[in-house]
Design a protein around this ligand. Structure first.
Ligand code: SF4
Length: 72
């Protein structure tokens, strides 16, 4: 599984960091996908996710107001 975030679209609402602190943290006015690599305009984290991480990544993607989190 892969989680992507587009920092340019992030408005810093803090939702992802609140519901999925295992994967997201606030970094100033933007959220940061922990341990992710830059790939073009996206931050990409590809690894073996635990069930909890997978669930909260999907919840973050569903809850992000600017739809800048993707789970693939
Ligand atoms: S939920 Fe979306 S807009 Fe809000 S901090 Fe996270 S990435 Fe940014």
């Amino acid at each position: 599984m892969k989680v992507l975030q587009e920092p340019e679209k992030c408005i810093g609402c803090g939702t992802c960091a609140a519901i999925c602190p295992a994967l997201f943290e606030m970094d100033g006015a933007k959220a940061k996908l922990k341990g992710a690599k830059s790939q073009g305009k996206s931050l990409v984290l590809e690894k073996k996710f635990t069930k909890d991480e997978e669930d909260c990544a999907k919840a973050s993607a569903d809850s992000c107001p600017t739809s800048c989190i993707y789970v693939k």
